[in-house]
Design a protein around this ligand. Sequence first.
Ligand code: BTN
Length: 241
Amino acid sequence: MNLIKLDAIESTNDFLKEMSRSQIVENFTVVIAKNQTKGKGQMGATWETESGKNLIMSILVKEVLKDIDEIFHLNVAVALSVIKALEPLNLPKLSIKWPNDIMAENKKIGGILIENSFKSDNKIESIIGIGLNVNQINFDNLPKASSLSLLKEKEFDLNEILEKLFFQIKKQCSLLLSNQHDFLWNEYHKNLFKLNTPIAFSDNENNQFMGIIQGVNFEGRLEVLLNDDSVKTFGVKEIQM
Ligand code: BTN
């Protein structure tokens, strides 16, 4: 593994992006940091972590996406990689909350932020950022967050988890490259949080409604069965649950 270890950095995603802008970076290069001062989350949120306790990593993958329309397929492959890497730990109710939050026991234990860019030859390069709460036990300001340590009441070796995750990312990316989309989608659905369960949603106008998640389509839109028996699809920015 081509691994770059940092103490503190603004964001491992930004570090790797900048590195790849200024030099040739080997495919599957990994950057990890003990701490981030400007860790980035989904939709402009910040990603907070306690220094040295958690897995903060970014990995550069080249040309796994052949078409920008397939953007969600990489989300599926990466979310599954995290699930498969954590499966041996037997965490309670390990699942993927659409689009790609990693959950256990109804709390978020990890998040994924993938940033794609076109290189000069029009090929797509992706920076996969993963934050996984491993040994942090204090989440005072984040009541919906948890960690492996809190759930299993023991400390984990960050290197071991990194190795497992790296292995899975390469494996799931190779499935993507060999066009195993149906297989990946099937696995994603097997692990989807609240699939086929009635839950409350709210839309951008803060309207609350009940619905049943039916699945996620190839564009990454959530398919929800509504009370009037119609099925509506929602994009990531159109619905909260
Ligand atoms: C989310 O909001 O769920 C996504 C969180 C992604 C956090 C990771 S930590 C490593 C990488 N660097 C960043 O700045 N963000 C991602």
